[in-house]
Design a protein around this ligand. Sequence first.
Ligand code: CP
Length: 311
Amino acid sequence: MTLSVKHILGTQGLSREDIETILDTADSFKEISTRPIKKVPTLRGRTVINLFFEPSTRTRTSFEIAGKRLSADVINISGSTSSAVKGENLIDSARNLEAMNPDILVVRHESSGAPALLTQFVNCPIINAGDGAHEHPTQALLDLMTIREKKGSLAGLKVAIVGDIMHSRVCRSNIHAMQTLGMQVTVVGPPTMIPVEISRMGVKVSYNLEESIRDVDVIMMLRVQLERQNQFHLATLREYSNLFCLTSERLKKARQDVLIVHPGPVNRGIEIALDVMEGPRSVILNQVTNGVAVRMALMYLLLGGSDEDLN
Ligand code: CP
């Protein structure tokens, strides 16, 4: 069981076989997290460094839990408490961490391409934990794991990705992976939040939520990235919510078996209503659970895992 790539910088460039290997491995690792003793010796003696220059609850915690459940030593560094605040640049930070011989470096950074840049300066595998508006590959993989778990298979499924497409690295990673797997994607939102070049990625574009959710298997609601709305992409949040909040009334237009996913964190009542978020079609917390399994699978596969280590 190996991947065709040394680093996980995006889902762009991952083959169908890579994605299926990651999802199958994650499926087999999921059970470990339900045991009374949630630990296997698979990565004993290995060192994982989580280097986060942007805030995170789900991704950082699940990388830490994933590493610890595989018995790796996990070190967490946040930008705000690192020597970055004293002026050290990203490359120098990475080279200094590399000098301590880590086995995997997990990087979240506000600049698109930062994890890819670091591959030139370190020897160990790098996992992109979200870079600017570029990619968030582990989020897309856990989304796919959750959808496959609930729907049984992925090829041919129709997905509406709704909201702040402009700023969404989750959207971009999902589009690449979903297209590789033969899924059909429509992006939905106000014109000011959908970059014109998105259609070059081979997706349909819609500005009407109710029409676009009528016949899909999955609705992926995206967070309105309030911290990045510095160019007046929104008139008002109320206007956005009036047109694009997924409410139970709007959900009546969708199929009975539609799945609702959201990467989190959620702006309650802005992109999704509370009763929908906590309702029977929502698998938002299943996504979080699967995030641990996907990250365990990636660490294991990047470090050359073999079938024997799985038990
Ligand atoms: N989905 C996601 O990336 O959440 P965090 O920002 O909390 O890691």
